[in-house]
Design a binder for this molecule. Structure first.
Ligand SMILES: [Zn+2]
Length: 75
């Protein structure tokens, strides 16, 4: 199931992101999903996938809620 695969991958990515980088992204995006503005079930999303060489830095990360993360898997 694509949805389950996406969730597992994102949890793995989030676990590897340094706390200081997570906090920086949270502050920059004002603790909201950048897509729908939700403030719950937020996750960090790598714009350029880390598995494909994307950097684990603030500029390559954004906040998405769990719902938008699932939708993003189909973008
Ligand atoms: Zn959202």
């Amino acid at each position: 199931m694509p949805r389950a695969d996406t969730n597992i991958r994102n949890q793995t990515i989030n676990a590897k992101i340094p706390k200081v980088v997570r906090l920086a992204v949270l502050q920059r995006d004002e603790g909201r999903c950048i897509n729908c503005g939700a403030t719950e079930s937020l996750e960090l999303d790598a714009i350029a996938p880390l598995a494909e060489g994307g950097a684990m830095v603030e500029s390559n990360l954004r906040l998405l809620c769990a719902s938008c993360m699932v939708i993003k898997g189909r973008w």
